[in-house]
Design a binder for this molecule. Structure first.
Ligand code: UDX
Length: 476
């Protein structure tokens, strides 16, 4: 493939680690740096700190070859042409992004600059961060001609991160100097030229030699804004369909039919119109808050984002009320919970709506048995097992003798349960599905009372009972 670039990636979280591994996969020489020695030891020894499809294969392919792991930022900076900063930008108390890790890394990079480098923001950061990074580096005595700061936001989703990285809809490069833009063009050339997709070893996806991803060159500020605006827009889409779901419940219509009808309009698009229990994760909640803060700081009122957050918070409460409407009282009820991660396909429980719902139920005196295919260990750190909360390693063990089963994450396995087995495992055949994984009619025919989001609730048709509109009105 084309000329390899020497790259340092600072931070080995979901974004940094995936980016590092994928840069190696497209032919570059990469050092992934983190100050967490235990994590770096684990990675050096072939361990994998996160659950992500194809990551094990790629790590096995490149570890000790094109990809190295280190705790020594100085040495990694020294050897790199491009330094991608992918450290955490958590939400601070006022809603804005806490950029202290970015600041600290920028100072450290400045102290070890030996020749021209491009410092690339990979984490999601507010507009103007590039100027702060530039200023920090200059304050450490480095001349402007010796470095550039660029923005190259990452749009990968957890669970599909590797394929999202290698088959992106677009690559956004924000650079204010031709030299920085050229280097970043070279980094992504194996993808934008389509070369990567011709390799026998390449991972298949939506892009190909004939249809490679486009690269969009913008100013650094525009690139920073593209990332925040994209995440805020997607969060808005989810809150919008959740509000529509609530109308569907009141009007006795199916939100899935409505979403299908809307999504077929190319201007709207079908993705991110799945109604549920609200968005979570390490990005949307933080980024919507940070973008609102950025707008405020710039003197722009962006109240729409406040409403997006409000609908999202309400969606969890509505689901909790839905559980109440099915169970009448909570104290002493035993509930099965499927799903702890903020969505299926990941072990990440940060800002998981499932957690908020579990906490509300525990507070009301329920006993919970929870199962998640990947997120149990992380959940135990956040919400330790107790007399009221047990973690089990099988969905049917969670369901055993439970008064109802709650589906809170959209793992594909949860949509393929053996319904007959589930029916006799539960004490009462009640399923309250926050992710709309089942067809209501099928659930009714299998003998379940089934409540979902934005769709009519149904009762067992085994005894000839059909929809319960009285209950539906109570939920609404
Ligand atoms: C998101 C963005 O999609 C990605 O581009 C960015 O780089 C990081 O943030 P991620 O947080 O991994 O990715 O998850 P995503 O698949 O976007 O889902 C976010 C949340 O929205 C999850 O809680 C998910 O369950 C929820 N969601 C998503 C819905 O409720 N409905 C939908 O239709 C889509």
């Amino acid at each position: 493939m084309s000329e390899p670039v020497s790259i340092a990636v600072v931070g080995s979280g979901y974004v940094g680690l995936v980016a590092a591994v994928c840069f190696a996969e497209i032919g570059h020489n990469v050092v992934c740096v983190d100050n967490d020695e235990r994590k770096i030891d684990l990675l050096r020894n072939g361990g994998i700190p996160i659950h992500e499809d194809f990551l094990p294969e790629l790590l096995a392919r490149h570890r000790n070859g094109k990809l190295k792991f280190s705790t020594d930022l100085k040495a990694a900076t020294h050897d790199a042409q491009a330094i991608f900063v992918a450290v955490g930008t958590p939400q601070s108390a006022s809603g804005n992004a806490d950029l202290s890790y970015v600041d600290a890394v920028a100072s450290e990079i400045a102290r070890s600059l030996n020749n021209y480098k491009v410092i690339v923001e990979k984490s999601t950061v507010p507009v103007y961060t590039n100027e702060w990074v530039r200023r920090t580096i200059e304050r450490n005595g480095i001349q402007r001609s010796e470095f550039d700061v660029a923005s190259n936001p990452e749009f990968l989703r957890e669970g599909t991160a590797v394929i999202d990285f290698l088959h992106p809809d677009r690559i956004v490069v924000g650079a204010d100097s031709p030299r920085a833009a050229e280097l970043l063009r070279a980094v992504y050339y194996p993808l934008t030229s389509g070369e990567y997709y011709t390799l026998d070893t390449s991972f298949p996806g939506s892009k190909s030699k004939e249809n490679p991803p486009p690269i969009l060159l913008t100013s650094t500020k525009a690139a920073e804004l593209i990332k925040h605006a994209s995440n805020a827009f997607l969060a808005m889409k989810i809150s919008f369909i959740n509000a529509v779901a609530n109308i569907c419940e009141a009007a006795d219509a199916s939100v899935q039919e409505v979403a299908l009808g809307m999504g077929l309009d190319k201007r709207i698009g079908s993705q991110f119109l799945r109604a549920g229990i609200g968005y979570g994760g390490s990005c949307f909640p933080k980024d919507v808050a940070a973008f609102r803060y950025v707008a405020e700081q710039l003197g722009v009122e962006f109240n729409l984002l406040k409403e997006v957050e409000e609908i999202n918070a309400q969606q969890k409460i509505r689901f909790f009320q839905k559980v109440r409407s099915a169970l009448w009282t909570f104290r002493g009820k035993r509930l099965a919970v499927l799903g702890l991660a903020f969505k299926g396909g990941t072990d990440d429980v940060r800002e998981s709506p499932a957690f908020d719902i579990i906490k509300m139920l525990l507070h009301e005196g329920c006993t919970i048995r929870a199962y998640d295919p990947a997120a149990t260990d992380r959940s135990k750190e956040m919400l330790p097992p107790s007399k009221s909360l047990e973690y089990v390693d099988d969905p049917y063990a969670a369901a055993s003798d439970a008064d109802a089963l709650l589906i809170l994450s959209d793992w594909s396995d949860f949509g393929q349960l053996d319904l007959d087995k589930l029916h006799y495992t539960l004490r009462y055949p009640i399923v309250i599905d926050g992710r709309n994984l089942y067809d209501p009619d099928e659930m009714a025919s299998k003998g379940f009372t089934y409540l979902s989001v934005g769709r009519p609730s149904v009762h067992s048709t085994r005894d000839g009972v059909m929809q319960d509109s009285a209950q539906r009105k109570r939920i609404v």
